[in-house]
Design a protein around this ligand. Structure first.
Ligand code: EPZ
Length: 418
């Protein structure tokens, strides 16, 4: 397994090309199964989760023409067959094919995802949304067995919490349901809005995506479509922390300020400046880092996917910060590894108290999940001496060429094949 070797101490300077959003690409690849017309996606990030999802739709009979950052997905020959536990176990987002398969073929058999490193992550809200639209759903031997022999019927779906995946499942199923569907307490993430934009390009009629109330007029004719995926706001936030933690200056091309309001507010409070540049956002820090408290929340609150990265930043602040994780029940796997670098962190339930200011020292550390891995990279950039990060396949799931992008900005980082 590959590892990363990093020598800390470099201030990062330069420009970073931000890739397409992984969490926008995954539901849109799944959504291609809804239609028998070709869907071309551009600005696809070259990350393993996207490769895996393209593999899933291929196993369902889709033909795919690939380019470096694009895919033309032709699902005219798609079929509904079981999506195995092994596939879903490796990537929870595979559960997003449930709604398109059910909507298109009247049946779907998808394995329950099971838990993952950051929590149990059930799919009860996905299942309830499909039942509300008239599907019969059973759980048999770890499989979600869904059927709608006479099709789906539009209804009012009220989500018990603004789940991103459940909102996406509900939207995709509703595009094929007879009549109108109203989704209340919908997730407002930009990736949900981008899925709706993609589906509307394909012929759907969706209004209100990006707000808590979404209206879908179902059962419309599909047409060939091309859709350009939005930039990855979590990648932007990650490199913004890289500029802040090293005291450098980075221009993050294609970054959209409107996707990061809560993040920019906290960065500014911590002493990191953010302003619009010619090609995207410029992020820099000159003075000291100040401690700030944060609570993760559904969008537009502070994103849980940036909690670990911000914790690395707070390890370098001149004081104590409280970080509260409200979205997932076990998203502090990075804490013991940060402590191996000398960080002073106390965990109490869903809250971490970070006492910053002590210099970090390089060590051997272990990546455990996607965002915990990149948190360790950020901390290693400012740790004295050498840090080795093991199991970096987690990183490759969601960051395109992270080591190369950082090296181009002056980081002393190399990928070592074990
Ligand atoms: C999406 O996951 C993202 N993944 C996650 O990014 C992100 O952290 C999360 O949204 C929150 O923003 C993709 O988009 C592929 P949720 P998702 O449904 O849809 C509970 C990354 O690092 N829940 O909003 O799975 C769930 O357990 C990944 O890129 C239920 O209880 O997140 C969690 O506690 C990690 N029942 C909370 O809701 C359900 O049916 C939020 O989950 C569904 C979810």
């Amino acid at each position: 397994m590959d590892k990363l070797r990093i020598i800390g101490g470099q201030r990062l300077q330069g420009a970073v090309t931000i890739s397409g959003a992984k969490n926008a690409a995954l539901p849109q690849i799944a959504a291609s199964l809804l239609s028998d017309q070709p869907l071309e996606l551009t600005n696809l990030p070259a990350v393993t989760d996207v490769e895996n999802m393209l593999g899933v739709v291929t196993r369902h009979g889709a033909q795919i023409k690939r380019s470096a950052h694009g895919a033309v997905i032709d699902t005219s020959t798609a079929v509904s067959r079981e999506t195995s536990y092994d596939t879903v176990r490796r990537m929870r987002a595979t559960v997003l094919v449930l709604a398109p398969l059910l909507a298109r073929f009247g049946e779907a058999r998808v394995s329950l995802p099971g838990g993952c490193a950051i929590g149990a992550r059930p799919v009860d809200m996905h299942v309830r949304a499909l039942s509300t639209l008239g599907a019969d759903i059973d759980i048999e031997n770890g499989l979600i067995v869904a059927s709608a022999p006479t099709g789906l019927t539009g209804a009012r779906i009220v989500l018990s919490s603004p789940s991103v995946g459940a909102t996406e499942t509900a939207i995709m199923a509703a595009t094929a349901a007879r009549g109108e569907t109203e989704i209340l307490n919908a997730a407002r993430e930009p990736e949900v809005a981008d899925l709706a934009d993609c589906l509307n390009a394909m012929g759907a009629h969706i209004e209100g995506a990006g707000t808590h109330r979404i209206l879908i007029q179902g059962a419309r004719a599909w047409r060939p479509a091309v859709h350009d995926i939005i930039p990855d706001r979590i990648e932007v936030g990650t490199y913004a922390v890289a500029a802040g933690i090293t005291g450098g200056q980075l221009e993050l091309t294609h970054a959209r300020l409107e996707h990061l309001a809560s993040v920019v507010q906290l960065l500014e409070a911590a002493g990191v400046s953010v302003w619009p540049g010619d090609r995207g956002l410029v992020v820099a820090r000159e003075g000291p880092l100040h401690p700030v408290d944060l609570t993760t929340e559904p969008y537009p609150g502070f994103p849980t996917d940036l909690q670990a990265q911000f914790m690395a930043l707070m390890c370098c602040a001149d004081g104590a910060s409280l970080l509260r994780e409200t979205v997932f029940e076990n998203r502090f796997m990075h804490v013991p590894e940060l402590m191996r670098l000398g960080a002073n962190i106390t965990l109490q339930g869903t809250t971490a108290l970070v006492r910053g200011g002590e210099p970090l020292k390089g060590a051997q550390v272990m990546a455990t999940d996607l965002r915990a891995s990149v948190c360790l990279v950020l901390a290693a950039l400012v740790s004295e001496g050498e840090t080795t990060i093991n199991r970096i396949y987690h990183l490759d799931r969601g960051y395109e060429q992270l080591d190369r992008k950082l090296r181009l900005c002056g980081a002393r980082i190399e990928r070592v094949s074990a």
